[in-house]
Design a protein around this ligand. Structure first.
Ligand code: THU
Length: 165
């Protein structure tokens, strides 16, 4: 048996002036979108915004349902919307922000497993990295340079090839 290790790099940004104007604007858009969340059950409000290579910004928020599993996270709302509206345009960056009235969100939240899988799908499809910016309401920001970094030992269409051919 061989012990193997994985290591990912990411950036922690405390001084937001270190971010590009483009990234700061995208984070602001994600924060604003927390107000559009439909989250009467969790009362946990998540917003996200994707900058496309054509300069358009697609925005989304989490959408819940009385039948809980029918709800969907902000990230997937936004990614699917970007893909539906601009199927052939590269997604450059996604920003995600969270607001929780029960506690000060002064740290970033991180996408759930399903959202990581969906981010990976589109990163592989477009053959271009999707940069991920994560924030709370205030505090530091995390930057992950590509979706694959959040999905080590992942499952992808490559694994289906023998079935598909
Ligand atoms: N949620 C998101 O929208 N994105 C995340 O990254 C984490 C969780 C939503 C799903 C659900 O509506 C609520 O937050 C509580 O889990």
């Amino acid at each position: 048996m061989k012990k193997k290790s994985l290591c990912i790099d990411f950036y922690e940004v405390e001084d937001l002036t270190e971010l590009s104007g483009e990234d700061r604007e995208l984070l602001e858009a994600a924060k604003e979108m927390t107000s559009n969340a439909y989250a009467p059950y969790s009362e946990f409000y998540v917003g996200s915004a994707i900058l496309l290579e054509n300069g358009k910004v697609v925005k989304g928020s989490n959408q819940e349902n009385a039948a809980y599993p029918s709800g969907i996270c902000a990230e997937r709302v936004t990614i699917f919307s970007a893909s539906a509206q601009y199927p052939d345009v590269v997604m450059k960056t996604i920003a995600v922000a969270a607001r929780n009235p029960r506690q000060a969100m002064d740290y970033p939240i991180s996408p759930c497993g399903s959202c990581r899988q969906v981010l990976l799908e589109f990163e592989l499809k477009q053959k271009n990295p999707i940069k991920i910016l994560l924030t709370g309401e205030t505090g530091k920001v995390y930057i992950i340079e590509k979706a694959i970094d959040l999905t080590p030992i992942s499952f992808s269409s490559d694994d289906l090839k023998r079935l598909l051919s």
